[in-house]
Design a protein around this ligand. Structure first.
Ligand code: FE
Length: 337
């Protein structure tokens, strides 16, 4: 009898313990806040879940809202990972104490040093090249050389630029500040403003459309906007020029990620971050938006590869964050709206 009871007791205990373990096993997950839209992240998350069994839950919003939310939630945040665009935003998140350093040999091997935080708090996952696009009927590419040269009077009333309010050109100017110092950078940006054919435009696509329509001859945009436009209309008289190939290299930026300081699933979040840097995810991460893989071992999509290869600026992208405020003030000072 006591034998029977103890057997039943054991089975009850086993059942109870399996019930205790079961919810823990189901809770293998990572929670992501992403400024990259769903269609650009879900395929990689699905691949990660397929490989590891770890679920990925995510919320998408613009970067400002996500940073504010992480800040307001503090230690109670449900988020384990932040994905956002532009090194300036990643730098700001790290600067606000929202991220936690990650030491991972895999990440350090997969992502080149200039595309990740020297303090290991964020890692670039795709590269966006901000380059010169010109009207093929109005510009001979031999006229082109550098971003700085677009300040030369020979480009008078031939240049279109996106508004200085967007972080993209702020980052470009911040990197120039790191390379040339304030006085020389100011001369260049002043020259750009003097060469504008139209007031600064609201977005990169508009700038490309203006160049295609002959309202100006050259502009500076992220290549994926060029890719989207050419995909729609391959006959547009537009072509890519890779500037600064004899000097500093093409200005690049990243979309990337960091692990939140107070997330509860940090081990899984690191696994996801490592996965995103691996060959399995890198093509998905870059190709879906016509960007370049951050991992140099991975080739870009063939359409993107058709624009040619180029030397990237090897200066660490944290400079774009550090000097962003100085860049904004400089742009303001010279009347770049
Ligand atoms: Fe963009």
């Amino acid at each position: 009898m006591s034998h029977l009871i103890s057997a039943r007791l054991i089975s009850v205990l086993l059942l109870a313990s399996s019930l205790l373990i079961a919810p823990l096993a189901v809770a293998e997950e990572v929670i992501v806040y992403s400024a990259r839209i769903e269609q650009l992240i879900k395929p990689m998350f699905d691949a990660f879940t397929h490989e590891t069994g770890i679920k990925v839950k995510y919320t998408t919003d613009n970067e400002g809202a996500l940073l504010a939310r992480l800040q307001a939630e503090g230690k109670n945040t449900p988020a384990d990972m932040l994905i956002t665009v532009d090194a300036g935003n990643l730098w700001a998140a790290a600067q606000s104490g929202l991220l936690k350093p990650v030491r991972s040999e895999l990440l350090e091997n997969n992502i080149p040093p200039h595309l990740r935080d020297p303090d290991h708090e964020w890692f670039g996952l795709s590269v966006r090249a901000r380059t010169i696009i010109y009207n093929t009927k109005k510009v001979n590419p031999s006229e082109l050389s550098t971003y700085e040269d677009l300040a030369d009077p020979k480009w008078h009333k031939r240049l279109c630029l996106r508004s200085s309010k967007k972080v993209y050109n702020q980052s470009l100017v911040a990197m120039m500040l790191a390379e040339h110092g304030a006085a020389d950078t100011e001369k260049v940006v002043k020259g750009w403003v003097a060469n504008l054919a139209t007031p600064p435009l609201p977005d990169d696509t508009k700038a490309l459309e203006y160049v295609a329509a002959g309202k100006c001859d050259v502009t500076v945009v992220n290549t994926y906007y060029f890719g989207r436009l050419m995909h729609k209309d391959p006959d547009l008289p537009l072509a890519v020029f890779w500037p600064n190939q004899q000097s500093t290299g093409v200005h690049v930026n990243v979309s990337g990620a960091g692990i939140t300081r107070y997330g509860r699933n940090q081990k899984n979040a690191v696994k996801l971050l490592e996965f995103l840097s691996s060959s399995k995810a890198q093509n998905l991460f870059a190709d879906l938006n016509m960007e370049y893989p951050a991992n140099p071992a991975i080739k870009p999509d063939t359409f993107v590869a058709g624009w040619g290869t180029f030397k990237q600026n090897p200066l660490n992208l944290s400079k774009a964050g550090e000097l962003q405020t100085t860049a904004v003030k400089l742009m303001d000072r010279v009347g770049y709206q």
